[in-house]
Design a binder for this molecule. Structure first.
Ligand code: S3P
Length: 190
């Protein structure tokens, strides 16, 4: 991940594939909202991996967790990701928002990194992430009390930091975050 200014500069100057982008981060990071706006501006397709899982399973994420357990959900998630990676290979121009646990699974992260497509970690203080999730909390099986939510975030942060870029979303508008992502990647809608 880009920790220092020089690394940031190096990565910003790299010529990234101009056909796709993965958004990763914890629940409430804004992956879907930011991803939809990026896709709108770039006129690329937007993929929400959770939506793909719901479509493939014919039931909600909460139902998959409750009826089949988290391991079954992770299997469905990896299958959905494999489909998206095949679409990329077929020339799709995609912004892909991953669920909060997807990039934490080493097999998923390896498959994503092998594409060379940039990965952007959207982050915010964990208290803010939880506040953003609270209104629809019941829809997220892993939405928990602040202590457990923070613990899970801490466990996962090292994986998120394997992304190519980290963008802080705390207190910022979707528009501001989108501008930063486009600038970092040197992507232009042309
Ligand atoms: C999960 C996050 C959810 C969804 C599922 C599991 C996680 O996606 O994939 O509930 O493990 O953090 P969002 O990050 O979009 O809420």
């Amino acid at each position: 991940m880009a920790q220092s200014e020089s690394q940031d500069t190096l990565r910003s100057n790299r010529r990234w594939p101009q056909n796709a982008l993965f958004l990763v981060g914890f629940m409430g990071a804004g992956k879907t909202t930011v991803g939809q706006e990026l896709a709108r501006q770039l006129e690329w397709d937007f993929v929400d991996l959770d939506d793909r899982i719901v479509a493939a399973e014919g039931r909600s994420i909460a139902e998959v967790f409750a009826e089949s357990g988290e391991p079954a959900f992770r299997k469905a998630e990896s299958l959905a990701l494999a489909d998206v990676l095949a679409e990329l290979r077929n020339g799709g121009r995609l912004i892909v928002a991953l669920g909060g646990g997807a990039f934490v699974q080493p097999n998923n992260a390896d498959a994503i990194r092998a594409t060379g497509v940039p990965v952007v970690f959207l982050d915010a203080p964990v208290e803010e992430l939880r506040r953003r999730c609270a209104p629809g909390g019941a829809l997220r099986p892993l939405f928990q009390d602040q202590a457990a939510f923070s613990r899970l975030y801490d466990e996962r942060k090292g994986s998120y930091l394997q992304a190519d870029f980290c963008v802080n979303t705390a207190g910022r508008s979707v528009a501001a975050v989108v501008v930063e992502v486009l600038t970092l990647l040197g992507v232009r809608n042309s």
